[in-house]
Design a protein around this ligand. Structure first.
Ligand SMILES: Cc1ncc(COP(=O)(O)O)c(C=O)c1O
Length: 391
């Protein structure tokens, strides 16, 4: 087994697990899980006080912490349990006419594509898929592929900030600028971005942006946000309609009234969020900027190491990397006709070597994706290369 990163002690990952898939599900630090446990005890000790009387004030504290982290106006932010829920809310709220087109890309996330297809189908609209070539040569090639797919019927687009399987940081700012200047509203699916990329909503203002806080910022599962520009939230309804439509609260916007409560649930992931931000911020002397830089640097090193060991070329320029890297598998693994969630090699790596790493097929190319967070260290990627060699 490779040695642990000195930061690993903050996490509750199994001691014998080499966890290289923070991209699918982030791991939450022990101290935050303890805080969540305390909050849950408080909730169960006095449910009405916790979920009703004190809820708004506590959620507001978390919202303010998030607003500071994103340099956003708190009025533009609402809680959701995950990015899938946020994409559903936006896709289903946008008024579509028969013949309208919704634009997405071939590298989008399946669940979110399904939300678009569901919304389009109900209105007689259709989903158009821009084909981003993978391997990709440059951010400009991505912009060109998206712009190529626009037609006079394109009304609405969903663009990933960081793609899922292919782990590309897309030039979201430029795409948003190009599309919105043509009157096409853009939802940025930033599921991976918070904690991975610096976000500044004073400068970057698509119509809508959603992000997960349970991935790279390491909040407990079920913590995400939706940001909406003021002119893009009039008709915006949550995926689940609750009291908010006719229950205005002093000091909150109608957008917040609609989204802040979607029926009884466990809000503790959100209530832990301010402390989650502070804890990670304190793990390195440079705070969050240093955490992002550490992860970015480790992902680059991991990619260089694995590309060298596999004898393959990197599938994108380094400027398109965040804290994950997708790497084509060596030639001898390319001929598998396996399709489905768990490749046999992925299962063997887990069961025989205790490595958690996802395999995927992008176009015709079989790849694996590694992630890098403070709990990882370089030796883990070498261990992966050696293990793959022994399969
Ligand atoms: C690009 C992208 N969008 C959306 C999601 C969905 O996130 P969640 O399951 O938290 O809704 C993911 C999950 O990995 C993703 O990668």
């Amino acid at each position: 087994m490779p040695p642990h990163s000195p930061h690993r002690r903050h996490w509750t990952l199994a001691p014998d697990l080499v966890f290289l898939n923070h991209g699918s599900f982030g791991a939450c630090p022990a101290r935050i899980l303890e805080l969540q446990h305390e909050l849950r005890r408080e909730m169960e000790a006095s449910p009405v006080q916790f979920l009703y009387r004190r809820y708004d004030q506590r959620m507001q504290e978390s919202r303010l912490a998030l607003a500071g982290f994103l340099n956003a106006n708190p009025q533009d932010l609402v809680p959701v349990t995950n990015s899938t829920t946020a994409v559903n809310a936006v896709a289903r709220s946008w008024p579509l006419q028969p013949g309208d087109e919704i634009l997405t890309t071939n590298l989008d996330y399946n669940a979110c594509r399904n939300a678009l297809i569901g919304a389009a189908g109900g209105a007689g609209a259709r989903v158009v898929v821009a084909e981003i070539p993978f391997p990709v040569v440059s951010p400009e090639a991505v912009v060109a592929a998206v712009l190529d797919a626009i037609t006079p019927r394109t009304r609405f687009a969903m663009i990933d900030h960081v793609t899922s399987g292919s782990a590309l940081v897309l030039p979201a700012e430029e795409i948003v600028r190009e599309l919105e200047s043509r009157g096409i509203r853009v939802l940025v699916d930033g599921a991976h971005a918070p904690g991975m990329l610096p976000l500044d909503f004073a400068a970057f203002q698509p119509s809508w942006y959603c992000g997960n806080l349970h991935k790279w910022t390491c909040a407990p599962k079920g913590c995400a946000f939706l940001w909406a520009r003021e002119d893009a939230r009039q008709d915006l309804q949550p995926a689940v309609i609750s009291h908010g439509n006719n229950s205005p609260r002093p000091g909150f916007t109608p957008f917040q009234d609609r989204f802040d409560w979607s029926g009884t649930y466990d809000p503790t992931p959100w209530l832990c969020f301010g402390e989650t931000l502070r804890l990670l911020d304190g793990m390195l002397p440079g705070g969050w900027a240093a955490v992002r830089a550490h992860n970015f640097q480790l992902a680059r090193e991991a990619r260089a190491l694995l590309c060298g060991e596999f004898g393959v070329h990197p599938p994108c320029p380094a400027e398109m990397l965040g804290s994950m890297a997708t790497i084509p598998l060596p030639a001898r693994f390319q001929h598998s006709d396996h399709h489905g969630p768990f490749a046999p090699e992925q299962l063997r790596l887990h069961d025989e070597f205790r490595i958690e790493v996802p395999f995927m097929r992008i176009g015709g190319l079989r790849c694996l994706r590694v992630s890098a967070h403070l709990h990882n260290r370089r030796e883990e990627y070498q261990y992966l290369a050696d293990a793959l060699d022994r399969l």
